[in-house]
Design a protein around this ligand. Sequence first.
Ligand code: SF4
Ligand code: SF4
Length: 478
Amino acid sequence: MKKKKNLCEPFDFRFERDGAGYIVSGPAGYAIRLTAAEFSAFNTGRVKEDSALFRKLAAAGLLRGRLDLEDVSARASGLSAGAYEGPGLHILVLTLKCNHACVYCRATAGGTGETVMSRATALKSVETAFSSPNKKISIEFQGGEALLNWPVLKAAVHHAKKLNLKAGRDLALSVVTNLSLMDEEKFKFLTEEGVSVCTSLDGPAKIHDANRRWSGGSSHAKAVYWLKRFQEAAAKDGRKDALPSALMTTTRLSLGNPRAIVDEYRALKLGGIFLRPLSPIGYAAGVWPEIGYAPEDFLAFYRAAIKRVMELNLAGEKFVERNAALLAAKMLRGEDPNYLDLRSPCGAAIGQLAYNYNGDVYTCDEGRMVAACGDDFFKLGSVHKNAFAELMTAPAARVCAMASCLENQPYCSRCAFKPFCGVCPVHNYSTQGTPWGDIRNGGWCVLQKGLFKTVFGLLEKSGTRKIIEAWLEKGNPG
Ligand code: SF4
Ligand code: SF4
């Protein structure tokens, strides 16, 4: 007699103990919570058919006999969509020089020797960017302080626009600047040419100015003044996409001030905040004893800050926390929000390229930061010597693609967050001396797991879930 098929047989699942229960996910990338008793029944194939638990497991793609293969396939390709598009982000380091002396950055006023990108190198870098097959090309001008090389920035903007007349890509241009060198002429050019502005903002003046030291006065005051000017210009033109943005670097000084930092972003009408941990990479690794912290300390800071973010939203104000929005886009929608540092494989080379002032090309800006400390491990080649295809197939690109595939991390194989997570070869290399490393070491996994658990917890409560779902609606900064 033919044996009856067991519809309750578990299918390729991953789990994480959380409190008294478990968070469980399968290849379809749905994460659910089970009590210890439910988990035991599921794990041993003893779930009652047509029970509520059976339906919950079936909907999450966790039962072999109830698999919706089309859904599994659609979710899996949605979560890794960006891996097939080619590098979309192109970071041009216009100079290593800077007029600030930030506690987490090695750039200095004099730089070390001639560290300014020439016009020829900038144009060649832009041409290399347009060799990518990606339909969206985002060119980001960085430094040091990018505005110190203003004529070359302008030339690169004009060249990108000229090339795009023929290429027809979805082109985005942006400059990352401390805003201290902004003036009316630059302001006019950037607003007229549609180059968006991103500045650093570490919190209220007492935190920002302590981190971002400037002999010219208060870096915070300058940043705030120009942020407002760019906001006014965007409002006048009715262009939401031209709104300036700000990025925070979390140092040890930030940890005791989660509410004040969130409130500063709110007061400046920035619409949200991206609460990111500092990575012990490049120069920051050397000063880690002074400004660094344990992953658990960041997580405590994050939980306090997001509590404040939720308070604001529950009171009726829309204020986004981007880290939570990115993780939620993965967990709720099975989407790849193009967050290059949390992808499998990660965005090194296949998602972004960083062009140093001299034309050397790196897997990403973090790879370039390692090079700034004298180690070219993440160098792909040079815009002056190598064609795009050679850069993309350079050993460093291949090593990063393999090392950042979670399939190559034994500890990740059973983790509930594997469908949404990623590892960073530069972080591994900086903390463990190898791009693979053992993900249990170096702090990365503790940090990511803590963030996933926090956001998963918010998504379990209907009030906070509704807020995060609203962030994910089209047009929101999340
Ligand atoms: S190597 Fe690290 S920093 Fe570079 S793209 Fe990958 S995850 Fe991001
Ligand atoms: S890095 Fe940690 S949180 Fe991410 S998938 Fe691996 S084990 Fe899970």
